[in-house]
Design a protein around this ligand. Structure first.
Ligand SMILES: Nc1nc2c(ncn2[C@@H]2O[C@H](COP(=O)(O)OP(=O)(O)O)[C@@H](O)[C@H]2O)c(=O)[nH]1
Ligand SMILES: *[C@@H]1O[C@H](CO)[C@@H](O)[C@H](O)[C@H]1NC(C)=O
Ligand SMILES: [Mg+2]
Length: 414
């Protein structure tokens, strides 16, 4: 990797052009490998097929997971960054969104400060806070003083944070007791279940989010390790990305025992919602018979609100909600969002933010590529990076999507 080149210099512009040309070449190669016609943009090799249990599956595996040849597409995000060094201009209707309790105030100060210093001081995006009770004056005064965009504080309607009428409360109570005895994390908690159900199906319906097109979810006690020197929401829009993640991981089976079967029932009844070039191969290792528990860790999400507002997801969520698994089991918003994104989006609409250094206990995402860390002033060690380790699903994500992994990634894969 070459020396660090300051932003806006002529060398950097030349670098962008070189990268641009290589990207075209690599994209062409990718399309050929992949059976995609460059002219029509239509995929000819992939599954437009139905998902249903058992025999009628014909999701042919998209790629052999063990194929590690490196001729894959790799679009450096930096080429989209402010190449003419213009002043930043906010053009996207987007907001940060944080679900929090009043007691989470202290845990939010560092994440807010990091987001402002490393990103939002250039853009002044809004920040929406949601809570199941009123935010107190301290919370509002202190958060609004740190944030450079408008801040908004909303209370969640009761029906989005309570046990719905069709749930058998005794069955739910027994299930919590049993999961607690079994030592399942948050297994005995009812508020945690309200949180998971709310983040799955209701946050995007809150009126304070109506005016926005994209959101970035932020939780208390997280860290951001690197500068983000470009408009990340504009990046989503320009590249037709609908869902962006930093960390992916395997879910605890005990929390989602019937989630996959319920999903298969739903898809059986509504096969039209499956995207043509969906990412089933990321979430299933046997063409859909079972879920491999891979999901995007939803404590970080940068995504399109329209993904959730659309018919496919609305009906999917309602179907899941009626089945009661948010209460009888402990379905998390992470697997629910991830399964939906993998099935209802085309794979190109999902993006791994490999340049956003991030921490949510107990895992770090720290770019292992030196150049990315230096250019973005990352304050983290790649030795702590979780991305390429075994319990992560991100290596699988790169393999099934034929993405080029960063230089030297194997060193961090143990
Ligand atoms: N208002 C409110 N927010 C909650 C509650 N429980 C969790 N949250 C928020 O929901 C998000 C996830 O909760 P967290 O405790 O971080 O769960 P974890 O990341 O899965 O360990 C965080 O943004 C919390 O602030 C609750 O009872 N009330
Ligand atoms: C899911 O469905 C399959 C096929 O009907 C069945 O064998 C399996 O036991 C089901 N799993 C659960 C957890 O219900
Ligand atoms: Mg958390």
């Amino acid at each position: 990797m070459g020396a660090y080149v300051p932003a806006g210099s002529r060398n950097k512009n030349r670098l962008y052009r070189t990268i641009g040309i290589s990207t075209i070449l690599i994209t062409t190669l990718y399309c050929l490998l992949n059976g995609t016609s460059i002219l029509s943009g239509q995929s000819t090799s992939l599954n437009s097929n139905k998902i249903s249990r058992g025999t009628s599956f014909d999701f042919s595996p998209y790629i052999n997971e063990n194929d590690n040849s490196e001729n894959y597409k790799f679009v450096r995000i930096n080429e989209n960054l402010n190449p003419n060094n213009k002043p930043y201009e906010k053009k996207v209707k987007a907001t940060f969104v944080t679900l929090a309790r009043n007691s989470d105030l202290h845990g939010l100060l560092e994440p807010i400060k990091a987001i402002e210093d490393r990103f939002n001081k250039n853009f002044h995006y809004d920040w929406v806070f949601l809570n199941d009770v009123e935010f107190d004056e301290d919370f509002k005064r202190i958060t609004s003083s740190l944030i450079s965009g408008n801040t908004k504080y909303g209370v969640i309607p009761k029906e989005h944070w309570s046990v719905p009428s069709w749930i058998d409360e005794e069955k739910a109570t027994n299930a919590r007791k049993k999961m607690e005895e079994d030592g399942v994390i948050y297994g005995g908690s009812l508020p945690y279940r309200h949180m998971c159900r709310f983040e799955s199906g209701f946050f995007y319906r809150h009126p304070l989010l109506d005016e926005y097109e994209y959101y970035w979810r932020i939780e208390p006690d997280v860290k951001f390790h690197c500068d983000i020197n470009y408009d990340i929401f504009q990046f989503m829009k320009d590249n037709n990305k609908k869902y962006g993640f930093t960390i992916s991981i395997h879910e605890y089976e005990a929390t989602i025992k019937t989630l996959w079967n319920t999903t298969l029932e739903f898809i059986d009844k509504n096969p039209e919602f499956l995207a043509k070039d969906n990412m089933l191969d990321f979430i299933s290792d046997d063409d859909g018979t079972s879920y491999n528990n891979c999901h995007f860790w939803s404590n970080f999400e940068i995504a399109s609100l329209d993904l959730w507002r659309g018919e496919a997801y609305s009906k999917y969520f309602d179907y899941l909600d009626k089945k009661g698994g948010f209460f009888y089991e402990r379905w998390g918003d992470a697997p629910v969002h991830s399964i939906a994104a993998a099935l209802f989006l085309n794979r190109d609409e999902i993006h791994h933010f490999y340049d956003v250094g991030y921490y949510h206990g107990p895992f770090h995402a720290c770019p292992v590529d030196d150049q990315i860390r230096f250019e973005n002033r990352c304050a983290c060690s790649p030795n702590q990076d979780f991305t390429w380790q075994g319990f992560s699903c991100t290596t699988k994500y790169y393999n099934v999507n034929r993405l080029q992994k960063p230089h030297g990634w194997q060193k961090y894969a143990n």
